[in-house]
Ligand binder design. Structure first.
Ligand SMILES: Nc1ncnc2c1ncn2[C@@H]1O[C@H](COP(=O)(O)OP(=O)(O)O)[C@@H](O)[C@H]1O
Ligand SMILES: O=C(CO)[C@@H](O)[C@H](O)COP(=O)(O)O
Length: 497
C-alpha cells in the first residue's frame, strides 16, 4: 500500500514480482491558511478500504491469496490519538510549514547538538516542530494526546489494532537518535515531551501483526494476512527502484519531488543541508533533497488553467514549446521550499513572460522548473564528490516520456524508468516479501522484483542549452525571496483581519 499525498495506491504483487492488479483512490488536501496542509486520517482508511474492496471485487483477488501487506507512507505527518486511540485533530502534513517559530526555538535551544543527534535540521516539514506547534497553540489537544503516529502507521493501526513505527519514518520525526537507533531522550527532555507518545520502533521487514477481526469484516481481507513494518515513501521508492549503490540516484516526482542517494554508512552527516534518514533496508541509510511542490506545481497549473482537460494531453502539449520554453522560467516554490533553500515563506514565479507565450510554453516552463530545482540538489551532491551514472525516475511524473527526456538533458545523465512507475508500492511489497521469508534479504528480492523499462540518454545540444538556463534559473531565488516574503506577509495580515 502506497499512502501518498494525492491518493492511496494498492498493488497486488506475486512471488515473482509481477504487479497483477492495482487500484487507487484520491483524497482531498486542505490548505485553510497560508502554510497549512492537512488531511483527515479517516479519509486515508476509507480510501484504502475502497481500493482493497475493488481489488477483491473488480480484480477477483481472493482474500486468502493475500499473504502479506506492507506500507509505504507520505512522511513526517503528525497524527495524534487520545487514550481511546481516537484521532484528536486533522493530520498536519509534511508540506505544512506553519511551525517556523517552533523550528527556530529548537535551534535556539539545542543548535548543533540537535543536528548531531538527528543528522537533520528541525525543518517545518518534520514532525517535532509540528508537535511543538500543537503544544503551544492547542494545549488542550496536546494534553489529551497519548500517542503520536505517522500516516502509514495510523493506517496499519486501523487494520491491526497495533501501534508501531518503522525506523525510516522515525528518523523523519527528528526525534530519533540516529547513532543509538532509539528515541532521543535528550530531545524529549529538552521539549518536555512524554516518551510514552512515541510508538514502539520496528524494522521495515518486521511482522507487525495480522489483520484484526474488525478490519476483516470492514474490508473483506482475511485475518490470516500478516502486516509488516513498511517504510517512508521515499525509502520504499528507493527500494522499488533498485537504488542499491551510491552511483544510482532516485528522481521521484510525486506531490513532492525528491533526489535521493543511497548511503551505506551511518556516520555520514550533511549537517542538515540535505535530509538524512534510516533506510527501509536494514542497517542502511539514505540522504535526499526535497522540492516541496514538484507534481503539486503541475497539478496546481492544470487545476487552475486546464481543469477539464486530460492530464496527459496537457503535459504532452509542452512538446510544442522549445528548450527553455521560448524564454520562460518557472520556480516551483508555490508552497515554500525545503531544499536547497529551507524557506517556508518564499513563493513561486514565472519569469520572462512575453506577449508571444502560449499556454504550452507555461506547461513546458513548469516541467523544466521542477527539474532545475532537482538539478540544484544534484549540484550539492556533485560538490561533495558524488558521481552518478544512472537516474531512476519514479512517481506520477514518470508517466511522461517527455518529462523523463527533459530530466536526462538537465541532469546530463542517463535516466531509466520502471516497468510500473509505482516505485514506493513495489518497494513496500518487497518488504513484505522479505518479511514473509520468500527472499533471504532485500538484495535477493531486488534481483527478482525490480524491472526497468525505457532508457533516456542526454542529447548534447539540449544539455548545453539547459546548463545555460540553469545558471539563469539559480538567480530566481535570491532575486525573488524578499518580494515573495512580503507578499506572503501581506496575505497573512489580510486573512487575519
Ligand atoms: N500523465 C501524467 N504525466 C505526468 N505527470 C503526471 C501525470 N499524471 C499525474 N502526474 C503527476 O503525478 C503527481 C502525483 O504523483 P504520485 O506519485 O501519485 O503522488 P503522491 O504519491 O504524492 O500521491 C501529480 O501531482 C501530477 O503532477
Ligand atoms: O516530505 C517528504 C520527504 O521528506 C515528502 O517526500 C513526503 O514523503 C511526501 O511524498 P509524496 O506524497 O510526494 O510521495
Amino acid at each position: 500500500m502506497d499512502l501518498g499525498t494525492s491518493a492511496v495506491k494498492v498493488s497486488a504483487v506475486t512471488q515473482s514480482g509481477e504487479i497483477i492488479a492495482q487500484e487507487g483512490m484520491d483524497f482531498p488536501l486542505n490548505q485553510p491558511k497560508p502554510g497549512y496542509a492537512e488531511q483527515n486520517p479517516n479519509d486515508w482508511v476509507n480510501a484504502t478500504t475502497v481500493a482493497i474492496v475493488k481489488l477483491i471485487l473488480n480484480d477477483s483477488l481472493k482474500p486468502e491469496q493475500i499473504r502479506g501487506i506492507s506500507y509505504s507512507g507520505q512522511m513526517h505527518g503528525l497524527v495524534l490519538l487520545d487514550e481511546d486511540n481516537k484521532v484528536l485533530r486533522p493530520a498536519m502534513l509534511w508540506n505544512d510549514t506553519r511551525s517556523t517559530k517552533q523550528r527556530e526555538e529548537i535551534m535556539a535551544k539545542m543548535g548543533d547538538r540537535f543536528v548531531e543527534i538527528t543528522h537533520n535540521q528541525p525543518l517545518e516539514g518534520f514532525t517535532l516542530p509540528k508537535l511543538l506547534w500543537v503544544k503551544e497553540n492547542q494545549p488542550e489537544i496536546f494534553a489529551k494526546a497519548k500517542t503520536m503516529l505517522l500516516p502509514k502507521d495510523y493506517l496499519r493501526f486501523r487494520m491491526t489494532g497495533k501501534l508501531a513505527i518503522d525506523y525510516s519514518d522515525a528518523t523523519g520525526t527528528v526525534m530519533l537518535d540516529v547513532d543509538k537507533q532509539e528515541w532521543s531522550q535528550e530531545i524529549l527532555d529538552a521539549f518536555d515531551i512524554p516518551a510514552s507518545l512515541c510508538p514502539p520502533l520496528v524494522r521495515s521487514i518486521d511482522n507487525t501483526g495480522n489483520i484484526d477481526e474488525w478490519y476483516s469484516m470492514y474490508s473483506g481481507l482475511s485475518t490470516d494476512t500478516v502486516t509488516f513494518g513498511g517504510g517512508a515513501d521515499n525509502a520504499c521508492g528507493a527500494v522499488g527502484a533498485g537504488i542499491d549503490s551510491p552511483s544510482k540516484v532516485l528522481s521521484s516526482i510525486g506531490t513532492s519531488g525528491v533526489i535521493l542517494k543511497y548511503e551505506p554508512q551511518k556516520e555520514t552527516n550533511y549537517n542538515g543541508v540535505l535530509q538524512y534518514e534510516d533506510h527501509a533496508i536494514p542497517d542502511a541509510y539514505y540522504s535526499m533533497g526535497v522540492t516541496l511542490a514538484a507534481g503539486f506545481s503541475l497539478s496546481w497549473f492544470k487545476k487552475t488553467f486546464a481543469e477539464k482537460e486530460d492530464f496527459t494531453e496537457v503535459v504532452d502539449s509542452a512538446a510544442k514549446s522549445t528548450v527553455g520554453a521560448n524564454g520562460l522560467l518557472f520556480a516551483p516554490y508555490i508552497v515554500g521550499e525545503r531544499a536547497p533553500y529551507a524557506d517556508a515563506d518564499v513563493r513561486g514565479s514565472f519569469i520572462g513572460i512575453d506577449g508571444i507565450h502560449k499556454r504550452y510554453d507555461f506547461v513546458r516552463a513548469v516541467l523544466e522548473g521542477i527539474i532545475f530545482s532537482f538539478r540544484d540538489i544534484l549540484d550539492i551532491y556533485e560538490k561533495e564528490g558524488a558521481k552518478f551514472d544512472t537516474v531512476v525516475s519514479i512517481g506520477g511524473g514518470a508517466k511522461s516520456p517527455l518529462w523523463q527526456q527533459i530530466q536526462a538533458n538537465i541532469f546530463n545523465t542517463k535516466v531509466v524508468s520502471l516497468q510500473n512507475e509505482q516505485g514506493p508500492g513495489l518497494g513496500a511489497a518487497m518488504l513484505a516479501a522479505v518479511g514473509l521469508g520468500w527472499f533471504e534479504n532485500m538484495q535477493e528480492c531486488t534481483k527478482v522484483f525490480v524491472k526497468f523499462k525505457d532508457v533516456f540518454l542526454p542529447e548534447e545540444d539540449d544539455v548545453v542549452k539547459y546548463q545555460k538556463l540553469h545558471d539563469i534559473y539559480k538567480q530566481i531565488y535570491p532575486s525573488t525571496k524578499q518580494i515573495t516574503h512580503e507578499l506572503v506577509a501581506y496575505r497573512r495580515e489580510n486573512e487575519e483581519q
